[in-house]
Design a protein around this ligand. Structure first.
Ligand code: ATP
Length: 443
């Protein structure tokens, strides 16, 4: 096993041990490509989603929010091209029963796993997940779980524009579940079959679209480097040389995962493809076009899209945060000299502050302090085990600040704050603690 595989398996084990992320339906042996976020994963995911929403919607006057359904009218997916094109050619090995994508094989007649010349003829495999709406399970009632969150945005464009009195250029954003029947789910949550997307579609005049593309490229880069504070040397831009037939420009923002560079976000110039296709399929030309008073022109809006996967961002944050350091642990009462620590940014840490009374005798004032903190921060209270063990537990879930309430606290009205990364301690007056933490967490 090389170091990177080792790192991934340690991370997967940590995520399960600490209730961050684990397989869905584990009781029944799991289900491939589906993952659950536990008590320490759900707050992480929610924190990232909220940061994205604040950055993309709340702080901008020219982006509106949406929360659409997962199931849409099936024509939406015919118009978007997903029913016709969102498919891969697959072949099965009749010997070892493994399935492969034909475009990823050196020789489609030979099994890459067992070498047998026993491949079935290539078959189309659509990535859309199918269901039925209503009591009858027949083709007339077939519907699909959305494969991307952006299509309902195009469909709702006119309603949202009118309701919000927006003029072009403006954007519509939403976060939510997307489903793809991925042939080969892999690399932990990186390629799942059910995942969350966070997408923003920006509608503008064709002549301004390249400037908006550059603008959103920069804004999204800033989100990763300045808001999530991912080091720039672990990120790169990958420009697409092969563009979708309707696209004018496209790039991916990639992160260096332990298994290699992987896409976390795409910024795409989609031209007028989406709006013109929906006009054609819905026959609602007016709802898909825009009358521009200043230009005195009616046109299909050109779309610049920013599209990222929340699960991939969480995985990126976990990979970026994971560390084993040889800490001087003796002073914290531990014998071992390696500690596992997640160096999460305090903004995204599942627990931002832990309150740890030094002794059970101090539970009453420590609980009172905890209650003052947990309405402002993601806080946790822990009284079990030695203080050293409790620090380790908090290190493993990436808690940046541990507040110890000790016997002196009663007299000096102060607590000790232990910093996760430096492993140093500071004495802070209790009446200044909330402000002190707020400055450090939201800085
Ligand atoms: P890939 O090439 O990795 O399959 P894609 O180019 O198909 O991704 P898009 O359709 O552009 O991806 O989707 C936008 C974002 O949604 C991706 O950048 C990624 O973060 C996320 N995403 C796409 N597919 C998955 C998946 N199967 N599991 C988790 N996240 C995904």
């Amino acid at each position: 096993m090389n170091n990177n595989e080792d790192l991934m398996s340690k991370l997967v084990a940590l995520c399960k041990r600490r209730g961050i992320i684990f397989q869905s339906s584990e009781l029944y042996g799991g289900i491939n490509g589906f993952w659950d976020y536990g008590p320490k994963g759900a707050p992480l995911k929610r924190a990232v989603e909220q940061l994205w929403w604040k950055y993309m919607v709340q702080e901008r006057d020219n982006v509106e929010g949406l929360d659409s359904t997962v199931i849409c009218h099936p024509e939406v997916w015919r118009a978007s091209g997903h029913l016709a094109q969102f498919s891969d050619l697959m072949t099965d090995c009749t010997e070892c029963k493994k399935r492969f994508r034909v475009d990823q094989m050196d020789d489609p007649n030979v099994c890459p796993a067992c070498g047998a010349h026993a491949m079935t003829p290539p078959r189309e495999f659509n990535l859309m997940m199918k269901t039925f709406v209503g009591p009858v399970f027949d083709e007339e009632h077939a519907a699909y779980l959305r494969a991307e969150t952006c299509q309902p945005i195009f469909v709702d464009f006119n309603t949202i524009r009118v309701a919000s009195r927006q003029k072009l250029p403006f954007g519509i954003a939403q976060t939510g579940k997307a489903f793809r029947n991925e042939i080969n789910p892999r690399n932990f949550t990186f390629r799942s079959r059910e995942f969350m997307q966070m997408e923003m579609e920006f509608f503008c005049h064709e002549s301004e679209s390249m400037d908006w593309f550059d603008y959103w490229h920069q804004e999204r880069w800033n989100f990763y480097t300045k808001i999530l504070r991912i080091p720039e040397d672990k990120l790169r831009i990958h420009w697409h040389d092969k563009l979708a037939h309707y696209a004018k420009k496209a790039l991916d923002i990639e992160f260096l995962f332990p298994f290699g560079w992987g896409e976390v976000e795409g910024v795409h110039h989609r031209g007028t493809w989406d709006m013109s296709r929906h006009a054609e399929y819905s026959k609602q030309d007016q709802a898909c076009k825009y009358f521009d008073q200043e230009r005195n022109e009616t046109y299909f809006p050109t779309v610049v899209e920013t599209s990222c996967g929340l699960d991939r961002i969480c995985l990126m944050l976990l990979c970026n945060a994971y560390d084993e350091d040889t800490a001087d642990t003796k002073k914290e009462g531990m014998d071992e000299d390696v500690r596992v620590v997640l160096h999460f940014d305090p903004k995204v840490a599942p627990v931002q502050v832990a309150v740890l009374p030094l002794s059970k005798k101090l539970e009453a004032p420590a609980t009172e302090l905890y209650k003052k903190l947990n309405n402002l921060f993601r806080a946790e209270y822990d009284v079990t085990g030695s203080i050293g063990k409790r620090y380790r537990r908090q290190d493993e879930i990436g808690t940046p600040f541990c507040v110890t309430y000790d016997f002196d606290s009663e007299n000096d009205k102060a607590v000790t704050v232990r910093l996760r990364d430096a492993m140093t301690q500071e004495r802070i007056p209790i009446d200044q603690l909330r402000q002190w933490l707020a400055d450090k967490i939201w800085e």
